[in-house]
Ligand binder design. Structure first.
Ligand code: LLP
Length: 471
């Protein structure tokens, strides 16, 4: 349920997800559940949290808060695990990282080194990957409205795959590739009539969205025929992306069956599909209520479906590709905030809610306001034996919907200057950050073996004001 656009629904004293149970033992508030926090996160004997060998107070002192901290080894391991799980199926497979989750040259280099390609969907993402030194052939270019300039640049750097999304785009890429004297490798983005969100999916026969070309009404088949017929385009295969933060494999299974069925129809027309890309959307644990799919189980299940369907249809097994973004970078990220104003509000019926204001908010994490996302938060610079207090972590922006963590339990002795850590903020937080209220966007720091490096430096007021010729 989306939050009210201009503020909280005043009647929603009771959270739609339900307030988490009050911890019986205050010590529980200091726990770092390994299913939610990065592998490198732990409590030191003095109670302070460290991430990959760096104390949170040291990170905050160097980078200022808010700051997004990435456990570099965890990002690399997640990429490696994905690639290994798919390779272990014995099929031809390829993993791309969806750069929209978060992209900077450092991240692009880590992933390239781990043998994972990168999915980009704008000139900015493309340029980031290119300037990181990622070979064009390792890139896959998405987008429902690629400009001529973007296509021309993508052709210039030799992107490995264009994922084509409309008839107009097919003509545009064909023309520009022709002019450049190259042949562009294409996947056709197919909407297969499956929409998946978290624990649910719906399979429909129709599509009502801006992405892709629908299978149901024959538009996808026509797009494939056009790509196959144009001399400056080479049809490599089909693409489908069914949604995000998915825990139920059934949606992927239905999508896979439909794609392979489509490939069989195309084979009957003499059109070969060498590659099937199932997109991203694999869910991660933001809270203890989330139960992510096992990467290897999912790889096995998807390859098994493709094998079975291809055997039945007499098709050669295509290369199977996936494009996880959140699952690779999300769990590796932690945002550190400094606590400022603390204010308690009487909700009636003997219930008090404490609003804990931090020095960031919806400008560095819009997901709570936009998607009603849930996050896990803990006091990071120390542990406390104080009683749990029902809290809402809010930002510093001039908007009452500026909430970071809707309902949580924090120690009652929380004080200005304390550090809070919010888990699983590696994906879609910094990449969706804004300068609302002229607030500079936070730094992103990588930590590994106690070393801290800057992935993106913190914006300054001068950075912001540099855009204003009147200054
Ligand atoms: N491939 C395609 C074509 C996509 O559109 C997306 C995400 C992905 C891969 C990666 O999905 P992931 O594995 O990260 O779920 N801003 C939202 C998510 C929007 C994702 C859009 N497309 C959020 O914060 O949850």
């Amino acid at each position: 349920m989306p939050a009210h656009p201009a503020g909280p629904r005043h009647e929603d004293v009771i959270d739609p997800h339900g307030v988490p149970a009050r911890p019986g033992d205050p010590a529980v508030m200091s726990d770092l559940d390994p299913a939610i926090w990065p592998a490198g996160a732990r409590r030191l004997p003095d109670g302070e949290m460290e991430i990959a060998g760096s104390r949170v107070t040291a990170i905050a002192a160097e980078a200022l808060t808010p700051v997004v901290v990435l456990d570099e080894r965890q990002v690399r391991r997640a990429a490696r695990d994905y690639a290994a799980a798919y390779a272990a199926t014995g099929a031809q497979t390829r993993v791309y990282y969806a750069g929209k989750a978060f992209l900077a040259t450092a991240v692009a280099r880590w992933l390239d080194a781990e043998g994972v390609g990168i999915d980009v969907c704008s000139a900015g993402e493309l340029e980031t990957a290119v300037r990181a030194g990622v070979p064009g052939g390792q890139l896959l270019f998405h987008g429902n409205n690629k400009s001529e300039a973007e296509i021309a640049r993508a052709l210039e750097v030799g992107v490995g795959r264009f994922v084509v999304d409309s008839f107009a785009e097919i003509a545009r890429i064909a023309m520009l590739a022709d002019e450049a004297g190259v042949v562009a490798d294409c996947l056709v983005r197919v909407t297969v009539g499956v929409e998946a969100h978290t624990h649910e999916f719906i399979a429909t026969a129709h599509e009502d969205q801006k992405f892709g070309l629908a299978l149901a009404d024959g538009v996808a088949a026509e797009a494939v025929r056009r790509v196959a017929a144009l001399p400056s385009l080479r049809l490599r295969g089909l693409h489908s992306h069914i949604g995000s933060q998915i825990f139920d494999p059934a949606g992927f299974e239905v999508a896979t069956r439909r794609l392979v069925g489509f490939a069989a129809d195309l084979a009957a027309e003499g059109i070969a599909v060498e590659e099937v890309n199932l997109g991203g959307g694999m869910g991660i644990a933001y809270t203890a209520a989330d139960d992510p799919l096992d990467v290897a189980d999912m790889a096995d299940a998807l390859v098994e479906i493709v094998r079975r369907e291809c055997d039945q249809a007499g098709l050669v097994l295509p290369t199977l590709c996936v494009e996880p973004g959140r699952a690779i970078i999300g769990p590796a990220g932690v945002t550190l905030y400094t606590v400022g104003t603390i204010k308690s509000v009487d909700l009636g019926h003997g219930v008090t809610r404490t609003f804990v204001s931090v020095d960031g908010g919806m400008s560095d994490n819009i997901r709570t306001a936009l998607y009603d996302a849930d996050y896990t938060v803990t006091l990071a610079n120390r542990t406390s034996g104080a009683e749990p207090m029902l809290s809402r972590v809010v930002g510093k922006h001039c908007e009452s919907g500026d909430i970071v963590v809707r309902d949580c339990w924090l120690p009652a002795d929380l004080a200005p200057g304390d550090l809070l850590a919010v888990a699983a903020t590696g994906a879609y937080c910094r990449s969706m950050a804004s300068n609302y209220n002229q607030v500079p966007r936070p730094a992103v720091m990588a930590v590994a073996d106690g070393h801290l490096t800057t992935v993106l430096r913190r914006e300054t007021l001068d950075d912001l004001l540099a855009l204003d010729p009147g200054v």
